[in-house]
Design a protein around this ligand. Structure first.
Ligand code: FAD
Ligand code: UDP
Length: 382
């Protein structure tokens, strides 16, 4: 096998941006991925002419112009703006919480009227706290947005999502939900947002063009001799001068301190024989009784106006929050004390490696949106 400058484990966004930059710098890279496709969690599968976000809805958003310009230099992004809708027992509300939501909830038409109701409900929450800080998500939410919105739009959704009661969840989770006193359904505050025209796989294709890629190739089975006596394995140092590792951090060290935990989601994807199933890309189901947290209708990420009807079918995914078990796809790190301490032990080992670059969400054991992942991969010295 020829010798490369870099062996890159993982063809997700981090590995692919790194590979692109290395190639620009005249380096030779081999990218491997254990999955049968490139792109990691941003991979889109084309079903009935629709780009289906196989690992969950992905909306690119950033205020960093350099990141936005970089991704647009690979593939142009469209004008998709995320405006999710919440369905609570058959009644629809706009998200994030804004004047439209307050109108739907209380029939108030001015910010002053909405503010008066919010303040009345916040005062009730303050009184209950007797001067102390909110100790859990339930108390934080009531203080932030009042009882009516908490009961209809937060409680059921959050409890389904985390599999725990709001009174047992940390307050900080809810702090990032924006509250707007204007009629604005745009979920993100960022300057730029959109979806790559033709889907995320086109973005990854563009990043990996001209780079050697091997799929269904597990680093630990094929490139890492470790302590195993399996002599079909080769050591990565025989293949490349440096390693870029974007897989799980604990696996790299053979779980020697114990296994890190994750939260996961499962998807039930169905082709519906109608051009327009729910009229929006994202509808959250906020009551406890509906078992899924949301339904994604993928075509609305990329088809607008008449285009929706020019494509006769549609693909929807019902999303279920599931407790993670080893062997399942690891999605969100569980940043509680036990896992953070364990991750720190592994990070200390990683910091001592001289020929290995650890990058991306799994190797750092932190949740990152796509834009920060691109930013990190752009910042690394090649
Ligand atoms: P990954 O995409 O996980 O790539 C890692 C790759 O490494 C994988 O392909 C894996 O197969 C491979 N790998 C692992 N171990 C090995 C091994 N031993 N051998 C070979 N290959 C290996 N971000 C946003 O900005 N907007 C959103 O709307 C958004 N929605 C999301 C929804 C969900 C459900 C999830 C889970 C995440 C979402 N994100 C979103 C975050 C986004 O998915 C990540 O920022 C991004 O995918 C991280 O890229 P990565 O390269 O670090 O990881
Ligand atoms: N949330 C909620 N109702 C909604 C949407 C969000 O209560 O309809 C809460 C929920 O607790 C969730 C948090 O807001 O964990 C953050 O939601 P966001 O959509 O920003 O993050 P994601 O679900 O993508 O992790």
């Amino acid at each position: 096998m020829q010798k490369y400058d870099y062996l890159i484990v993982g063809s997700g966004l981090f590995g692919s941006v790194f590979a692109y930059r290395a190639k620009q710098a005249g380096k030779r890279c081999l990218v491997i991925d254990k999955r049968p496709h490139i792109g990691g969690n941003v991979y889109c599968e084309n079903i009935e002419g629709i780009n289906v976000h196989k690992y969950g809805a992905h909306i690119f958003h950033t205020s960093n112009k350099a990141v936005w310009d970089f991704v647009n230099s690979i593939v142009e992004f469209n004008r998709y703006t995320n405006c999710p809708v919440a369905n609570y027992r058959g009644t629809l509300y706009n998200l994030p919480f804004n004047m439209n939501t307050f109108y739907q909830m209380w029939h108030v038409t001015t910010p002053q009227q909405a503010h008066a109701i919010l303040e009345e409900q916040r005062e009730e929450a303050r009184t209950k706290l007797c001067g102390r800080e909110p100790a859990n998500l339930e108390e934080q939410a009531r203080l932030l947005i009042g009882n009516d919105i908490y009961e209809a739009l937060i409680k059921g959704y959050t409890e389904k999502q985390w599999g725990r009661k709001c009174s047992d969840l940390p307050a900080f989770i809810i702090k990032r939900l924006p509250v707007r006193m204007i009629f604005d359904n745009n979920y993100f505050n960022d300057k730029y947002q959109g979806i790559p025209i033709g889907g995320y796989t086109r973005l990854i294709d563009g990043l990996l063009e001209g780079t050697d890629v091997r799929l269904e190739c597990d680093f630990f089975r094929e490139f890492c001799t470790g302590s195993s006596s399996d002599d079909t394995k080769i050591c990565w140092q025989e293949v490349a001068d440096k390693l870029v590792y974007t897989g799980p951090l604990d696996e790299f060290y053979d779980y020697r301190f114990g296994k890190l935990q994750y939260r996961t989601v499962s998807f039930e994807t169905v082709v519906e024989d109608t051009p327009n199933y729910q009229g929006n890309a994202v509808v959250n189901y906020t009551d406890r009784e509906v078992p899924y947290t949301r339904i994604i209708e993928h075509k609305h990420f990329e088809m607008f106006g008449q285009e929706v009807y020019d494509c006769p079918k549609t693909v929807i995914s019902r999303e279920y929050s599931t407790e993670w078990k080893p062997g399942m796809e690891p999605y969100y790190p569980v940043n509680d004390d036990r896992n953070n301490e364990l991750a720190d032990k592994y990070r200390n080992l990683a910091a001592k490696e001289s020929d290995v670059i650890f990058g991306g969400r799994l190797a750092d054991y932190r949740y990152y949106d796509m834009a920060p992942i691109v930013e990190q991969a752009l910042a690394i010295e090649i």
